[in-house]
Design a protein. Sequence first.
Length: 473
Amino acid sequence: MACILPGFEGLTAPDWVRRRIAEGLAGVVLYHRNVRDREQLAQLTAQLRSENPQLLIAIDEEGGDVTRLDIAQGSRWPGGLALGAVDDTSVTQAVAQQIGAELANVGVNWNLAPVADVNTAASNPVIGTRAFGADPDLVSRHTAAFVTGLQSRTVAACAKHFPGHGNTLTDSHLELPRIHQDRVAFEADALPPFRAAIAAGTASIMTAHIVVDAYGDLPATVNPAVLTGLLRQELGYDGVVITDSLEMQAVYGRYGVVETAERAIAAGADALCVGVANGDSRTGRIRAALTDAVIGRRLPEQRLHEAAQRVARLAAWATAQAPGPVEPAIGLAAARRAITATGTVRLTRPAAVIELSPPTSEVVGEIGWGIGQLLARQIPATRVLRLTEDEVPPTILTSADHQPVLVVRDAHRHPWITATLSQLLPAHPDAVLIEMGAPHAPAHHHYIATNGASRVSAAAAVELLLGTAVDPA
């Protein structure tokens, strides 16, 4: 039980979760569905800790595209790519410290961040703007800075996704990615940020549900050559290794949750992020499977003890959290520095905002906010139209008294977006194009790149449109 971290539905702790905590459950992982606002989240974590004061409560709060605290409004902190674009490690450390303070204030003591992947595949569908960039040295120094800032608030950091998810073209939530690089090339690209995270004292590292051919045919999460041979023995890491969610199809489709859990512990993982579905019964089945594996000598008992002891050490350290004041201005200042603009981006009349919205990955969740919403708060005459691929008509007309503002996310990955832009931009030469994903040529001559999506990134873009400061709150 000391190795299992389930999720659950709802804004309060179900009876089964409280019972499992009393039985020795290591902790829980919180998702969008568990968070309404900060006050409710603080009440939830207090309720959970009433069963065990040293409970580990984990969450994905990366900043930028991936937020649990601010899914409805967008994060108040820029994400990895924006911080990499600023390329000032003191800024990255300050932002991470602020995220740590926010989490400590609401009782969360384990943040499943930062993303240490080097996003070498420009069309990567699941990493993208979550990474600090595509250069191993840049990603390394910002990974270390994020770990240092976050853990200064005694909130555990988690460098992910080991051994490196950046050179993949498929989403491990949906299928099993495979990397074909030879070992020398892969390790030169992917490992430097994890070495930097280890040197910075990262409390945990998360596994990737990917196959790297250089280490055999097993997904890294269940591959002893990766977790024991590479991470433990070669890199010398002795902190907690946690799996990515075992509900993801990359491993679920091959082994199912229970078998993956057993294989992961045997391979060298310590903590199991098991997902949300059927939490009580799944927790019980995993516990039984690990017990049976020890009895049947498929899993050395010492390996299970070692895993539980590492998790217990982390829980003891993370109990002494350091809550503190939160300064949102730090996030907006960083987002302003991350923005690039070319051409004339100042509006000359009210805007007609057309947001071309591609599907988001499961880890990002549904996005209900954007440039249009924020701009309309400043200029009530703003028109806002959000369109998906199926909703885009052959032509989109805007009236002469409104200036088109076209907002996209990762336009280079979506042919329907590039096709729509090729129709609209020539017809509207004064249109402003705003890329809130990864910037990618060719860019329109009136162009803003935010280097990722967050509330503060949107506010910084709107400031350029209006020529005045904007409160993102």
